[in-house]
Design a protein around this ligand. Sequence first.
Ligand code: IPM
Ligand code: MG
Length: 350
Amino acid sequence: MPTLLLLPGDGIGPEVTGEVRRVAEKIFPDLTLEERPFGGISYDTLGTPLSDETLALALASDAVLMGAVGGPQWASAPRHLRPEAGLLGLRLGMGVFANLRPALCFAALADASSLKREVIEGLDIMIVRELTGGVYFGKPRGIETLPDGQKRGVDTQVYTTSEIERVSRVAFTLAEGRRNKVTSCEKSNVMETGLLWREVVTALHAREFPHVTLEHMLADNAAMQLVKNPRQFDVILTDNLFGDILSDEAAQLTGSLGMLPSAAIGVAGAPGLYEPIHGSAPDIAGQGVANPLAAILSFAMALRWSLARPDLADRLTHAVEAALASGARTRDIGGDLGSRAMADAVLAKL
Ligand code: IPM
Ligand code: MG
């Protein structure tokens, strides 16, 4: 029997993963569900945001579904013990180098965007963010005190050919099943890693994916184009840091931030890491009002990418669409349902 490891984490994480549990039990009764502390709650109880046992269990599972991590109460914890450090450790430990972040505008929510309806209606972008390299992990890094007493902070942006190739392959393969276009974003005009990124993507494209349309765009221009004419994009391929920024921007412009799932995948056959894009939302944690749809749709991505059940993924996605079409809404998207009632609306459509 396949196993899904739930890592509820902090803030609204436990609430939204609790609803995933109910959906999973209904749609896939044979799925074994495990649960472990992760993030701030794990730091508080076990002294580390990511324990060895949790990482071992993650690697032994078929998929991992995380709620959210972090919150103001851990802001002064040592950096390597903060909830976010646990998340980076989990990504690296699981080797999930390709982060798939769809930004799509649900028809029922087109008016929830801060952009005009005609600009975002029907939007369907897939951002492929490199997730285990770049400036997030590059060495040297740190803050040192100079002889004159001032301080110096260093981060290192670094990429190798194979790191760029493996994530690019994921992006090109995804584009083949979509609208066949990849826009690769970097800063090759100022950065050495950007130059290498462009060279490697160009060469891989010519060798393995000449039938896919490839476009290069500087990352700052991409940020501008995303608000100007977002529907020009199909798959956006980019590095860890630019992907972090561009995916927040793309998610917000759909008006559906509380709705968007994500998947992080590694080599074929290895477990994937699934998480809603929204964070831990400490301001509404514990109130039962968080939108559980991003977590539920993350579970749908797990069904498709790691649990070999695309049929169930389709069923679940359609149930979410049907629930929205029937008017079911949490507060963030203009309704008044709580998390549980919203999940009930999805369960009713399954
Ligand atoms: C994200 C988040 C994380 C990141 C943080 C919480 C470490 O912003 O998943 O986009 O920067 O990758
Ligand atoms: Mg981010």
